[in-house]
Design a protein around this ligand. Structure first.
Ligand SMILES: *Cc1c(COP(=O)(O)O)cnc(C)c1O
Length: 229
């Protein structure tokens, strides 16, 4: 990365009050953003971008020819997996929310000769409107997940409930971290628990304190207010 970009990026981190000694990857969430807005954030030195719609991801991945690591972060229907695994710049799917979907990703990845890094999405607060494994489902599915040859499970992802006070999200982030530690206690062939993708504009500071390694930021990066109340 050229020096000026690096400085810019450090400034963003400072502005976001992200403490320097913590290794946290920022995924810039580009949903509903214009070409110019995304270009602007790339110029500041961001290397990782995320989209939650397949069609958007496909067209943006084509639009930005410079090297971007693309993350898919939204609910993925099984009939669309084939498009996602074919995107050359795809770095990770954060939102594998069922064993069936994991199998499908592995199957489609195999067709194109890839191994795709994925995270398992956990519905950590058991909200009806949110996707994700329950903790029990996740623990039960691990043996089968460990056998899938064309995905690399790198960790867990979750979204906290939308609440006014980000402090209230702490228990959920802590819970996700504990779950990941539980999984780590066993030996796996393929599964790794290195990444915790948690924290969005309104709660990323709490998420980092609770061990996030990846935060997914939309509004605060594009200089909007991060709060929701
Ligand atoms: C939109 C979105 C984000 C970013 O939300 P902001 O509140 O704008 O930071 C993060 N993760 C997922 C899954 C999203 O859909």
């Amino acid at each position: 990365m050229p020096e000026t970009k690096k400085e810019n990026f450090e400034q963003i981190k400072k502005k976001l009050k992200i403490v320097d000694n913590k290794e946290v990857k920022i995924v810039g969430v580009t949903k509903n953003r214009t070409y110019e807005e995304v270009e602007g954030i790339l110029e500041k030195g961001l290397t990782d971008l995320g989209e939650n719609r397949v069609q958007e991801l496909m067209s943006k991945a084509e639009m930005f020819t410079r090297s971007v690591n693309w993350h898919f972060i939204g609910h993925l229907q099984r009939n669309k997996v084939k498009y996602v695994v074919r995107i050359p710049q795809l770095a990770m799917i954060h939102s594998v929310d069922s064993l069936r979907l994991a199998k499908k990703v592995s199957q489609e990845a195999r067709r194109v000769g890839r191994r795709i890094p994925v995270l398992l999405q956990v519905n950590i607060a058991r909200e009806e409107q949110k996707y994700g494994f329950s903790k029990q489902e996740l623990l039960k599915s691990l043996d089968e997940l460990d056998e899938l040859e064309n995905i690399e499970v790198k960790g867990l992802m979750a979204m906290a409930p939308f609440v006014c006070d980000p402090e209230e999200t702490r228990i959920y982030f802590a819970d996700l971290r504990k779950l990941s530690e539980n999984v780590k206690e066993r030996e796996w062939n393929r599964i790794e628990m290195k990444e915790l993708s948690m924290g969005m504009s309104q709660d990323y500071l709490v998420a980092i304190e609770e061990g996030a390694t990846i935060i997914r930021l939309g509004r605060v990066l594009f200089s909007e207010e991060g709060g929701i109340c």
